[in-house]
Design a protein around this ligand. Sequence first.
Ligand code: ADP
Length: 766
Amino acid sequence: MNALPYVILFLIPAATSAALAAYGWPRRTSESRPFSLLMGAVALWSICHALSVASPTFEGTLFWAQVQYAGIVLVGPLWLLFALAYANRWELATRTRQIVLLAPSALAFVAVLTNSWHRLWWPSVLPDTSRDFMSLAVTRGPLFWLHATYSYGCVLFGMGLFVYTMIESRLIYRNQARLVVLGGLFPLVGNIALLMGLRLRYIDDPTPFLFVGSGLVMFYAARHYHLLDLAPVAQREIFEGMPDGVVVLDRRGVVAAVNTAAARLLAIEPGAWVGQAARNLANSSPLAGALGNLLEAPAAGAPTATITATYTGHDGQRVVEARLRPLAAGQRERAGAMLLLRDVTEQARLAQQLDRRLGELTLLNEIARAANAAAQTGDLLRTITGEIIRAMAWDRVVIGILQPDDSTLRIVVDESPHEIEQSEGNDVSAADFGLIFEIMRTGETCVLNAADPALSGTTTLATMRRLDLQTGLVAPLYQRGAALGVLLVGHTAAQAIAPEDLRLYETVGKLIGDAITRARLYEAANEASALKSAFLATISHELRTPLTSIIGYADMLEGGIFGQLPEAAIEPLDHVRRSGQALLRMINDILDFSKMEAGHFNVDLYPVDLATVIRGVAGALLPQIRQRELGLALDLAPDLPLVQANSTRLEQVVTNLLANAIKFTDAGSISVRAEVHGDRVRISVEDTGIGIAPEEVRQLFQPFHQIDNQITRRYGGSGLGLAISRRLIDLMHGTIGVESAPGAGSTFYCELRVAAHSSLMEIAVS
Ligand code: ADP
């Protein structure tokens, strides 16, 4: 008898099941414990069986055959516990129930050991020498069958649970569950066959082999589908029910689980990914590129990396946010990673919509600004088309303006970001572009599409081709209800035009229409103003020559050049001279103003001694001050710096202000002050006169503006003095203003810059 090969044969299931037990034990999940114990029991069984085979004596064989029951009796209940854990029903296996479940096994083991006393397990046990090793020929007693029933009951119940789980579980677990059921069938079918009388030549008890076969299938399931690893990171139902996609990767980057949401978001077959390296698999998803980058990220040490990727799936464009979060097993150890996927299509759509609205508002705002800023229609339209191209990425923006004959449209702007064949200046008639004239007539913004069958063979299509446009949008332009022209925007490639664009360009069209109306009015007003200025300049010039000679002759008459004048003529002649001078001043003002309006008025600036200017003006106007019995105080700060100005023109301003103060003050005094304010010098003329109402102040510096009161009626004046003064001060880079209240007098002031050379000494030196 050579038992050795048989001993070795039984050591194979012993070693295999021991290895499987060791594999499951450290995983410490609810499934792994019962699985390890089950495999441990099978290992014990197999080892004892190997020893019983190795024993050459009947007693030895019997002893080990009895001890092997320590393992056998545990297999049924442990199988059931494993099935409970796998079916996620571990909460049913309370400690008491575990004891109750294992108690019959303990009793059965005692019964086996004490068989020689009661013979209820094996009524007869005889040596069986028909094989190459010592084995037992037994008859089975009632206790054996009782235990067998119990044990197979447990196994069957467990199988039921496995089958139930297989049917219940979601797609990704179904393969795993199928394997587990298959594993369970091994010992079940084998043992039923054995009990029904199957006898094998070489193996007296194949059960350990069957359980090891089952264990190996489970081991494959464990390796491939992470049977023993998954919980508690992702308990099945929670995991499956999550609205976000989750892919669990083990520490080698192999996919351990994929939930349905993840499979949907990745547009993949869920089962296909499990057990494969995520990095290789990423390629089969439309998110390949983005995922590839993300899966690289953990190596770079980033704790949680996030990317957002867009792809077009069968149900339209999808935006997915993917986040890779490392999973820690212990303090430092990394168990793997979790790839979280969230469908952010809706958020992205809202953000896009918001961006679009913002873009539209910005465009409208820019157009409105351009419309206000541009002085000429041409500039205006070009600025607007530029804005449209910049904001909305059109390939071509064309504006056509209806010509006075109402039957042709002149293309006034034709802009494109690309090289194009310009059509500016071309005329388009109804015969060339019928649809456009129709749009102008109906006033409805409309989309043009070269592929539209309704356009085939029309002149409109021909014109679109000439303009190299596949799709376009036409908005009519109106001026006070009358057609003015059209705005045409388009793409050179067939591109969908959003329905919101119709509304937007209708508004743009209205804005352009209003802007053109305003620019045309402005142009007309400017033209009229230029005509007026030219007229005033000519008239003033023509008036000045005879007036100068009137004053000159009056002076000469007064000076006695033409002989002594009779006493009675002296006063009227003085009137002639004074009135002549007043008129000349007024004409000079008008002439200055006309030049300023026409932009032909320039002043040279140089350092000016302000005190000298003020004293000169005060001296010249002193007779009038005396005549009106007013007081005059000059308060000029010592060491006043020179100001950057033009002395003649500054004199003119100070004269205006002082003359007005005299004119509008009946009693009291006038003070003229000059003081330094930072880098400026402030000149103020203060009077105790009638003052000015706040609502008048705003208009005071407008040309030809006079406040209607007794004094202005009495003294006349052109209403140009302050307007000219303001422009002169502007030209000297200074400011002018007034503080006043009715009855409380007025203070007119102006501020001028201190000159670079702030004293006469410096000028002399330089
Ligand atoms: P005018 O040549 O008519 O004086 P101005 O431009 O110099 O024209 O002045 C415009 C108007 O401002 C005057 O008609 C007057 O009503 C008001 N005004 C100017 N200076 C004073 C002042 N010092 N006090 C009150 N009103 C003043």
